[in-house]
Write a protein that binds this ligand. Structure first.
Ligand SMILES: *Cc1c(COP(=O)(O)O)cnc(C)c1O
Length: 350
């Protein structure tokens, strides 16, 4: 039987499913609601025309990294590009974890940390944030140093809560935890406070970035890993040689040249997030959590019903199932019109 060749330890895994895509309003995946301008699209077409399609891509995405370096202010010598930051998470796990090695994650946080660790055969240690999704930094440090994971990984701002950890606390964690600390800054462009500038001050700090959220380029699958030279060299040992294709590299280069345009997009998204937050806060029966990302998380006893009602109306937001997030819903900031539609329906049902 062919099944006898399958891995016992991933027997119960379920393939990642996004489900049906034809909703009227889709605010479930934290994408940007802004498509590329006509001007930008024209620039992209011209650049794509000149790709050497018969050749393999640049394995180090050198030009792309130098544009991202210009965007984020850190030298490209500390940088590696990935096929989305998702791939970079997997590469980090593969570089440092052997079977049964431990990784520490926060609950709640981005679920892929756990998935890639378990696929690798690693063990996940879950540390909880407190009632309002803030971290007790001293307790986290103590638990990490007790349980001795090889890696602590967390997102800041946090997905799915939107909560943030102040920079001094992040640096305290990096300094005091005796392990590699990965700070996933997928939403940092909406928050503005990064630890990327500290990369050469610590031997154990890795920062992740993505173009999928604030830079409006989820379709391209582009992410960046930033760390010191010693860790970078180690991580590169397990990187697939041609992980970022030439089309994505080229388009990424074109986009990153438009710093002013990117800034304008980010400001528009922040405006819509703040609008969502304000209006949701005024609805009775909802507990809305503060957010520094491009989405808003709220809690309601009627979460299940609200979600079902929205689906009937062709509106997709993110519903969480268990534990701490049982009654929580997450809405990605959309256009003003989309936000108004969602809010109107929630008011009707909420
Ligand atoms: C969306 C997201 C990612 C994945 O980004 P990609 O670059 O699209 O793979 C990583 N981390 C967090 C916290 C995210 O929310």
């Amino acid at each position: 039987m062919i099944q006898s060749l399958f891995r016992e330890d991933i027997k119960d895994f379920i393939p990642y499913e996004v489900g049906e895509q034809n909703y009227k309003v889709r605010l479930d995946a934290n994408e940007s609601f802004i498509g590329f301008s006509e001007e930008l699209k024209n620039k992209i077409c011209l650049a794509v025309r000149n790709i050497d399609f018969n050749r393999y891509p640049d394995p180090d995405s050198k030009k792309l990294c130098s544009f991202y370096s210009d965007y984020c202010g850190v030298s490209k010598e500390y940088m590696m590009a990935g096929n989305g930051s998702d791939e970079l998470i997997q590469i980090i796990v593969n570089a440092f974890l052997n079977k049964d090695d431990k990784i520490a994650v926060i609950n709640p946080d981005f679920t892929m940390y756990k998935v890639y660790t378990e696929v690798r055969g690693g063990k996940v240690i879950t540390l909880s944030s407190n009632e309002n999704f803030n971290l007790d930094v001293d307790s986290i440090i103590e638990k990490v140093n007790n349980k001795k994971p090889k890696i602590l990984i967390l997102s800041n701002p946090n997905n799915p809560t939107g909560a943030v950890i102040p920079k001094k606390d992040i640096l305290k964690i990096v300094e005091k935890c005796k392990c590699i600390v990965v700070i996933d800054e997928a939403y940092v462009d909406f928050y503005g406070k990064t630890v990327i500038d500290q990369i050469s001050n610590y031997e154990n700090l890795i920062v992740l970035r993505t173009c999928s959220k604030a830079l409006g380029s989820a379709a391209l699958r582009l992410g960046f890993l930033i760390t010191n030279k010693l860790l970078l060299k180690e991580i590169k040992k397990v990187k697939p040689p041609f992980n970022v294709n030439s089309v994505s590299q080229t388009i990424g280069e074109v986009i990153l040249k438009n710093k002013k345009y990117i800034k304008e997009c980010i400001n528009r998204i922040i405006q819509e997030r703040d609008y969502l937050y304000e209006v949701l806060s005024k609805i009775d029966g909802l507990k809305v959590y503060p957010t520094e990302a491009n989405f808003v998380l709220f809690e309601s006893e009627n979460a299940e019903e609200i979600n079902r009602y929205l689906l009937e109306k062709g509106i997709k937001i993110r519903k969480f199932k268990d534990g701490r997030l049982k009654n929580c819903l997450r809405i990605t900031a959309g256009t003003r019109e989309e936000n108004r539609v969602v809010i109107k329906e929630i008011e009707e049902r909420g």
